[in-house]
Design a protein around this ligand. Structure first.
Ligand SMILES: [Zn+2]
Ligand SMILES: [Zn+2]
Length: 229
């Protein structure tokens, strides 16, 4: 199976991926998607009704950067400290992953940090995550390298995801597992990710894509969307 473990759908305020296009892109590219919308799991309910196979995730905003929770039963609120959010994920038996942990989005020309990331804020807390996203197609090369080194050094299993907000980005990064598994079972999921037989593939998406997303984000915000952190 090819798992792209970090995809946003139209239920995320900043994504342009309809569920229909998600399904057709995944089918075309033979990808099993991890659906990680920002702060909500509304897409999961619809995808279940559509009988689509996916890994259920949610991307949470914490005070020290983003945090992905896979297989949650109880919602984890935004804006907690990273450590508090991590506890709330792990105490319900869900799986915590640090996405793009060293990507602070410092763009050239502006030289300003757009966001915090746990890797540059608090490595001790980051070490408690179950998984580390070592390839995020939207993160810069150096940030991904640092995440990969961190995962090896602390023996925390690695994941990958495109962080897609547009259909064409789907599958830009994925984990290829040696065997199929029951994706509704979190234990089988973690066991498969930890397997040495799983391989990671990834390519970076462009600066242009990020710029376009920011524009969409702003437009949607002006039209009554919730503000983003
Ligand atoms: Zn993120
Ligand atoms: Zn994301």
């Amino acid at each position: 199976m090819n798992l792209d473990l970090h995809i946003h759908t139209e239920y995320s305020i900043d994504s342009q991926i309809s569920l229909k296009s998600l399904v057709s892109e995944c089918k075309k590219k033979k990808i099993t998607p991890g659906i990680c919308d920002h702060g909500n799991s509304r897409a999961h309910e619809v995808l279940h009704k559509m009988k689509v196979q996916f890994i259920p995730g949610i991307e949470i905003y914490t005070q020290q950067g983003h945090l992905i929770a896979y297989y949650t039963n109880d919602p984890v609120p935004n804006h907690l400290s990273f450590a508090e959010a991590l506890d709330k994920i792990q105490e319900q038996g869900a799986i915590a992953c640090a996405p793009h942990p060293f990507d602070t989005k410092t763009y050239p020309f502006i030289k300003k940090k757009f966001r915090k990331s746990i890797g540059t804020e608090d490595e001790t807390t980051m070490k408690k995550c179950d998984l580390i996203e070592v390839f995020n197609s939207r993160a810069d090369k150096k940030a991904n390298q640092r995440a990969s080194e961190f995962s090896k050094k602390h023996k925390i299993s690695a994941t990958a995801g495109s962080d897609a907000h547009f259909p064409f980005e789907i599958g830009a990064a994925f984990i290829q597992t040696a065997e199929d598994f029951d994706i509704e079972d979190p234990k089988q999921f973690i066991k498969t990710i930890k397997s040495k037989n799983s391989n990671i593939y990834g390519k970076q998406t462009t600066f242009f894509v990020h710029g376009t997303t920011s524009v969409f984000r702003k437009i949607r915000k002006w039209f009554g969307g919730k503000p983003l952190m």
